[in-house]
Design a protein around this ligand. Structure first.
Ligand code: C5P
Length: 290
C-alpha cells in the first residue's frame, strides 16, 4: 500500500502547565499541509521486518517513529512488514515529520489487516509513539489539548498559500520545554479568537492572532527565527509564526502571486523552503455508505 504522511504546522501553541509526569499540558491549533513523505507498506507473513529509505541518515530501528509504530501494531499478530519512506518533510523542523510517518504506517497497517483497531485504539497506540501522532492520524484542522491527544476537529483553514522556511539549525524539543519551564512566556495566543476566525473563514482575523509561546524563550543563537518572521511580513504574509519547537517558521498568504515571489526570494537565502497549502482530514476508519 502506498500512503502519504502529511506535515503539520502549529497555528497556535500555548503551554498551560506541567504535569507530574514531566509532560506539559498544551493547547494548540494544528493544521496539516500538503507537504508529505511517501510511504510504501507491505505486510509479510514470515514475521520479518525491514525498513529502508533513500535518506540514509534516518535510523532503521525503533528510534525511527515509523518503525516503533509498526512494531507496536504488529506485536502478537505474527505478521511482519516492509516499510519504505521517501522523505520530503524536513527533519528537526517542528513539522511532525516522524509522527506523521508513524501515523501513516498505523493507518496503512490497520487498513491492510482488516481494521482490527478502532480510531480510539489507534490514537492510544499512537500516543505510545509520540505526542503528535494522534493529530497526524486524523489531519485537517484541529484543536489539540493536554499532551496533544485530546482532539476536537475545527472548521478547515480556508485554502491559502502557506510558505515554510527552515533555518539551517534545529532546536532540541526537550531543551526548549525546559527553557519554557524556567521562563514564562509574556504573550499568549488568543486561541478562542482563532477558533471564531476559523468559524467565520476569516484568514486575516486568524493570522493576526497566531502565536507560539516557545518564541518567547528562544536563546541568542536562535534569533534567526525572528529574522525569517520579519522577512515573511515584508514579503506580504498576513501572519507568521514558528511551528512547534521549531526551527521552521511559516507564513500565511492571501494570494498566490506574493507567496510565489516570497518563495523565490527566500529560496535564494535558505535551502529548505516549501510552498504548500492546507490539506484536509484523512479518514482513519473505512468510509461506509449510508
Ligand atoms: O511525546 P514526544 O516524544 O513527541 O515528546 C518529545 C518531548 O517533548 C518529550 O520528551 C518532552 O520533553 C516534550 N513534551 C512535553 N509535553 C508534551 C509533549 C512533549 O514536555 N505535551
Amino acid at each position: 500500500m502506498k500512503t502519504f504522511a502529511y506535515a503539520k504546522l502549529n497555528l497556535a501553541l500555548d503551554i498551560l502547565g506541567r504535569e507530574p509526569d514531566g509532560y506539559h499540558n498544551l493547547r494548540m491549533i494544528m493544521q496539516s499541509v500538503d507537504l508529505a513523505d511517501e510511504i510504501d507498506v507491505e505486510i509479510t507473513r514470515d514475521g520479518r521486518f525491514s525498513f529502508s529509505s533513500e535518506q540514509l541518515s534516518l535510523p532503521t530501528d525503533e528510534r525511527n517513529l515509523a518503525v516503533k509504530a509498526a512494531m507496536l501494531f504488529l506485536k502478537n499478530t505474527g505478521f511482519g512488514a516492509s516499510i519504505r519512506i521517501l522523505k520530503r518533510i524536513p527533519v528537526g523542523a517542528g513539522m511532525g515529520g516522524g509522527s506523521a510517518d508513524a501515523a501513516a504506517v498505523l493507518r496503512a497497517l490497520n487498513a491492510m489487516t482488516g481494521w482490527p483497531m478502532s480510531a480510539g485504539q489507534l490514537c492510544r497506540l499512537g500516543m505510545l509513539v509520540g505526542s503528535d501522532v494522534p493529530f497526524c492520524l486524523v489531519n485537517g484542522t484541529a484543536l489539540a489539548e493536554h499532551r496533544g491527544e485530546k482532539l476536537t476537529s475545527l472548521p478547515s483553514l480556508p485554502d491559502c498559500p502557506i510558505l515554510i522556511c527552515k533555518p539551517a539549525f534545529s532546536i532540541s524539543t526537550p531543551a526548549l520545554f525546559q527553557r519554557a519551564d524556567q521562563r514564562k512566556s509574556r504573550l499568549k495566543p488568543d486561541i478562542h479568537g482563532m477558533v471564531e476566525a476559523l468559524q467565520k473563514g476569516d484568514i486575516l482575523e486568524l493570522s493576526r492572532r497566531m502565536y507560539n509561546v516557545f518564541e518567547d524563550v528562544l536563546d541568542r543563537t536562535q534569533q534567526e527565527i525572528f529574522t525569517i518572521k520579519s522577512l515573511f511580513t515584508d514579503l506580504g504574509a498576513v501572519g507568521t509564526v514558528m511551528t512547534g519547537t521549531g526551527s521552521a517558521v511559516f507564513g500565511l498568504f492571501e494570494e498566490e502571486d506574493p507567496a510565489r515571489a516570497a518563495f523565490h526570494f527566500l529560496s535564494s537565502q535558505y535551502r529548505e523552503c516549501y510552498l504548500t497549502r492546507p490539506s484536509p482530514a484523512t479518514p482513519v476508519q473505512p468510509l461506509r455508505n449510508g
